[in-house]
Design a protein around this ligand. Sequence first.
Ligand SMILES: Cc1cc2nc3c(=O)[nH]c(=O)nc-3n(C[C@H](O)[C@H](O)[C@H](O)COP(=O)(O)OP(=O)(O)OC[C@H]3O[C@@H](n4cnc5c(N)ncnc54)[C@H](O)[C@@H]3O)c2cc1C
Length: 433
Amino acid sequence: MTDQYNEIPFWHLDVKNPNKLNDKIPQSADFCIVGAGFTGLATALHLLKAGKSVVLFDAMKLGHGASGKNGGMVGPSLHKLGLDGLSQKYGKTKALAILQEGINAIDYFPQFIKSENIDCDLKMTGRFRGITNQKDLDQVIIDCENLMNLKGFKFEVVKGSDVQSEIGSDLYKGGVIYPRDGGLHPNKLLMGLVKKIVDLGGQIFEETLVGDIIKTPNGFETTTNKGTMVSDKVVIASNGYSKRFSGKFSSYFYKRLLPITSAMIATEQLPLELINRLFPKRRMHGGNHRLVQYYRASPDDKRVLFGARGTDQWDRPIQNGQGLKSNLCRIFPELNNVKIEYSWSGKVAYTFDHTPHLGIHDGLYYAIGYCGSGVTRSIYLARQLSRRILGQDDCQTAFDDLSFETKPFYYGNPWFMPAILKWHNFLDNIEGK
Ligand SMILES: Cc1cc2nc3c(=O)[nH]c(=O)nc-3n(C[C@H](O)[C@H](O)[C@H](O)COP(=O)(O)OP(=O)(O)OC[C@H]3O[C@@H](n4cnc5c(N)ncnc54)[C@H](O)[C@@H]3O)c2cc1C
């Protein structure tokens, strides 16, 4: 660690909330939204533009949920089960429709940022997925070829001899490029959305915990630690924090979500020549590990940012940071003596079917469960959900008719995950990934 070592997200360094937020909760509004991450904020934006009054509550300070401190990687995040796995479960037509939603999201995302004119360092530089052995590379290429049935899906194969033009690492035997992916500064996007909402008259209350939501004859009464308000409708956008900040309303949601810690580190500042050598095309990066790893140069080209799953459900910056650093050095041994300056983590929400879910339960609208890849999806599903709430056309998604599964005796605490993560880590290690 450097002398400046800090446990705040690197993304919070130079980006603060520029807006004065409200301090007195109004008596009523058309909409109350629980959670002011990308899902809650983007939904609020669409509702405000349709002339509705909106109040958002977040239990933490803005930017402290996953949306303000993620890897900033933008992509379609197709589906863990792939075409074969999904086809076995739902049939090929439905499988393709589910996968197409990822492409719909990546079609929409850059347009949204452009039309809203949000300065968040978005660059669609593509993603390189490095593969450590020929067997996995052959399989990844077959998987990608099968996905050519999707409208708008693109990939390029990188041979072993060309890997160095993508990344300054000897680890990979080849890989694939997803040219439609990109990267951004997540906290700039978050604060950009906050500003839009404030400008449109939306009211945001941070450090305000929603404890109870009661159905009334005219709508809902929402109780927080700072007061109570009534609204016609409520949207739940609490994702990976649904259990941590659970209230009486939230058991339906947290029983269907597995909150997992995703942890990140940022190195000390590095020479530009080194960044140029490691990330010659400034792509986003990942590998073929069972345990997801994601890494990139920071948008200011000064640091390496590296992320993976945390060791357990707790926020352990030192322990996570050490594990992440050793994984980073396996990819880039020349970073062995480089120090870590920032280490942080946040919560992502997995679902039992590896699919995000949106809809309405007991009168409460929700979009939730992005399975660790929510930058693009949250913004896209927030639009689909808002259209549905507003009774607009083109609100359907392939996720709408999927049942939102839970498991017997599961109450939102995935106590079994640390053992599964350790086992996957062990397998990755013995396979030299
Ligand atoms: C370290 C990390 C790296 C990641 N990297 C990437 C990446 O590179 N690319 C990608 O696509 N995805 C990534 N993700 C996932 C992505 O950040 C999330 O899927 C996405 O931000 C989810 O947005 P959200 O608005 O639904 O949830 P969040 O941003 O988590 O917001 C939910 C909010 O709800 C609030 N809340 C919950 N319950 C209550 C309550 N009762 N009362 C009031 N407020 C409440 C919480 O305080 C929280 O702020 C990463 C996540 C993490 C943690």
